[in-house]
Design a binder for this molecule. Structure first.
Ligand code: F6R
Length: 608
């Protein structure tokens, strides 16, 4: 999500910035820009679209003289992709330039305060707040202004900053967004990721949270959030460029799975304030929420599976009837959409043809629509009446992992909010649920750390022909996704079944050694699923069970058990899916499949 590059040294900066940004293209972006100090003023160039547009606009950077600058590729979050919203952003008199990666969560509040003090905003971005806030605090000492801003902003950020009055240095800071500093031969660099600097140096400092770097052409100094000098040691990068783009991970899918704690935090944190859920973009009054008579969730593939999960939550918590449809079916079944209905369209790309058509069908029938979308400015985001973004960042691997996790979170938030507003969930109950929700990122991290155990197990199943996933209730929804993950990247036939349905036909396929993945995280259904486990095991199945910590009695009936930490019963999908993703991933790797680009599949399905 967004790429930052900065250079200060003896060479012309702009071509180096463009080159560095080109190495960050894999992160995804929809506009780009640069600010370069030319000896007198800070010049700026921005362009919507591919980096090539900025390259052509500046003749490969040649038309921007100067040896110090910052560059940025923007993946739109706050505000559509446009030249105005592209970075760098400036204070009013263009003496401070800022590029930013991350999300300033309290930008609305800060923007209001700054506007009250007379600051005028040009863009819709959260980043512009930083430029004006720096201006507000700058009294001649850039370091002081930077630390003050760090104390005021909440959220995640990596920043590159130029002060016209201090043109011989670049400042950079980070919190929860990546940032590295490279010590080059002709000058020093900042970047969001190592590939951007590898052409110039392998001598790199990894900036930790709330650390500040000050770069001049010859020197690099580091400070803590209070502006006190700190020592840092550089590391020599041994990776090749390809590995570096994936942050050292072997595949984008592995990288993206590991980004899930952050994705969940980014989607959740800005919308939870003082034990209340605030979804500003929903634009619905409490009366309007109370008036919702029915929810239709429409999506494809994994996004559809998140809808199957949230049906249980909307119905269980908010007592609103929910229908979940695969978009390609919904659009042609002449759906009955009655007044008071809300249609939720869920899509990572925001471009899935069937989901878009379903959205248009709902609008045609005059029904209010809400998109839960990852890509800002995408067709579904633009056409839906309201859009709630999942802040997962660009997803490169075809098989979704982090966007799926973010979609779940967005729907948890909606369901809990609706339940609370409709009087079905007290403030105290809601606070307890939010407490559990806030634990999810760390719990996901813990499960990800268990990958070696899953890898060993997965290696035993690379030759499997058929795998069955079973579960009841939300566990069935998890099974659907576990099964899809496995089949799409490992090409092993797999099916997901509502556990109780198996004996109505499919159990005839179980033979000696067939792998059955049983998901049993719902306490009220645990005994029932256990019976189904016994049924398949009696017929020779090898059972891998995913259940909650403490359910040790399952060990008598399952051959291999994965425990997930305790959480609210409605959130277990967010945890149980992690070992299933890892399992699919390692089976795929073990089989030597093209994990990130499985055959016949596309990331964005723009045809029906
Ligand atoms: C599976 C997967 C797909 C997508 C589906 C919808 O790993 O990624 O099933 O979930 O194609 O795509 P979006 O969410 O872009 O509408």
């Amino acid at each position: 999500m967004c790429g930052i590059v900065g250079y200060i040294g003896k060479e012309q900066a702009a071509p180096i910035l463009l080159d560095g940004l080109s190495k960050l293209e894999y992160r995804g972006y929809d506009s780009a820009g640069m600010a370069v100090y030319d000896g007198e003023k800070i010049n700026c160039a921005k362009a919507t679209g591919r980096l090539k547009v900025l390259y052509d606009l500046t003749h490969g950077g040649e038309t921007m003289p100067g040896c110090s600058g910052i560059g940025h590729t923007r993946w739109a979050t706050h505000g559509a992709p446009s030249d105005v919203n592209a970075h760098p952003h400036f204070n009013a008199d263009k003496t401070i330039a800022v590029v930013h990666n991350g999300i300033i969560e309290n930008y609305v509040k800060l923007k209001k305060k700054l506007t009250d003090k007379g600051y005028e905003f040009r863009s819709e971005t959260d980043t512009e707040v930083v430029a004006h806030l720096l201006d507000y605090y700058y009294k001649g000492d850039p370091l002081e202004a930077v630390t003050k801003v760090m104390h005021r902003v909440e959220g995640s950020y990596a920043l590159g900053i130029i002060f016209l009055e201090h043109p011989d240095v670049i400042y950079s800071v980070r919190k929860d967004s990546p940032l590295i500093v490279g010590r080059g031969k002709t000058g020093n660099l900042i970047a969001s990721d190592v590939p951007a600097v590898l052409k110039y140096t392998r001598d790199v400092y990894f900036i930790e949270n709330e650390e500040i770097a000050r770069l001049s052409a010859e020197d690099i100094a580091f400070f803590n959030v209070d502006g006190e000098p700190i020592e840092k040691e550089s590391k020599t990068i041994e990776w090749d460029i390809n590995a570096a783009e994936k942050g050292g991970y072997e595949h984008f899918m592995l990288k993206e799975m590991n980004e899930q704690p952050k994705t969940v935090r980014d989607t959740m944190n800005p919308r939870i304030k003082d034990d209340q859920i605030v979804i500003e973009e929903l634009g619905m009054t409490d009366d309007e929420i109370r008036a919702i008579k029915k929810i239709h969730i429409v999506a494809c593939g994994s996004a559809y599976h998140t809808g199957v999960t949230s049906k249980y939550i909307f119905e269980g918590l908010a007592r609103i009837p929910v229908e979940v449809d695969v978009a390609s079916e919904f659009r042609y079944r002449n759906p009955i959409l009655e007044e008071g209905a809300l249609v939720l369209i869920i899509s990572q790309s925001g471009e899935t043809a069937d989901s878009l058509a379903a959205l248009r069908e709902a609008k045609k029938q005059g029904i209010q629509t809400l998109g839960i979308v990852n890509v800002v400015g995408s067709s579904i985001a633009r056409e839906a009446d309201k859009v709630m973004y999942t802040w997962a960042g660009p997803e490169i691997a075809v098989a979704t992992t982090k966007a799926y996790s973010a979609q779940l979170i967005a729907q948890y938030l909606l369901a809990i909010k609706f339940a609370n507003v409709r009087g079905k969930l007290s403030d105290t109950e809601m606070a307890a649920m939010l407490k559990d929700m806030k634990k999810l990122p760390d719990q996901i991290e813990m499960l990800l750390n268990n990958k070696e155990r899953i890898q060993k197990f997965a290696n035993r199943y690379i030759a499997a022909k058929d795998v069955f996933f079973i579960g009841r209730g939300i566990d069935y929804a998890i099974s659907l996704e576990g099964s899809l993950k496995l089949k799409e990247i490992s090409y092993i036939h797999s099916e997901a079944y509502a556990a109780g349905e198996l004996k109505h036909g499919t159990i005839s396929l179980i033979e000696d050694g067939t792998l059955v993945a049983a998901v049993a995280t719902q306490d009220d259904l645990f005994k029932k699923t256990l019976s189904n486990i016994v049924e398949v095991r009696t017929r020779g199945a090898f059972v891998m069970a995913v259940t909650n910590e403490g359910n040790t009695e399952i060990e008598k009936n399952a051959d291999y058990v994965i425990y997930i930490p305790q959480t609210n019963k409605y959130f277990t999908n967010s945890l149980a899916i992690i070992p299933l993703q890892l399992f699919s991933y390692y089976v795929s790797v073990g089989k030597g499949c093209d994990v990130d680009k499985p055959r016949n599949l596309a990331k964005s399905v723009t045809v029906e």
